[in-house]
Ligand binder design. Sequence first.
Ligand code: G3P
Length: 214
Amino acid sequence: MKIFIDTANVEEIREAASLGVLDGVTTNPTLLSKEQGSFRDILKQICEIVDGPVSAEVVASDAEGMVAEARELSAIHSNIVIKVPMSKEGMKAVHRLKQEGIRCNMTLVFSPNQALLAAKAGAAFVSPFVGRLDDISHIGMEIVDQIVEIFSIYDIETQVIVASIRNPLHVIDAALTGADAATIPFKVIEQMVKHPLTTIGIERFLADWQKVRQ
Ligand code: G3P
């Protein structure tokens, strides 16, 4: 499973990239609103750090506006993938952008039907949001399972990015579905690295090494 980081924070991206595990980045308007500076500069910096898809979201409400924004965003760097919210206007935009060779990530996907339509419209990626479904007492990972199965039955090439990941168990469950990628907040990547027995083990080895005669 590919590991993407779900942040627009350049320091976090640099740190995760240095671990050698980063295959891509997803941003959204909320994540970019937390950072200082122009969003174009931030996206450019991210693309220079990570050699993989970097999702940048459009905010227009109609297909025409989305396509215009997408053209501007994709001019920033060849790594940019256009994140388009799931809607009829979004599908029209994805369909047109596919014809122009611009890759899209259909976001805010909460059902297998939405994922199927996004794929048919031409999305290169779909992003089912598991955490937000869990928040309203639906098991988010169930839709990921269904999407992965449907895409496999019909040999659909659209990649599934499990999004709205909130904890390390979400990552394990995402990997078990066979999803192509999980986009993970930096804090959760750090949680994945750690294990209390590893920490205790390192401390014990270091303490014992002090007793070794040089
Ligand atoms: O990038 C989209 C998604 O991962 C957002 O997650 O935690 O705001 O539901 P969250």
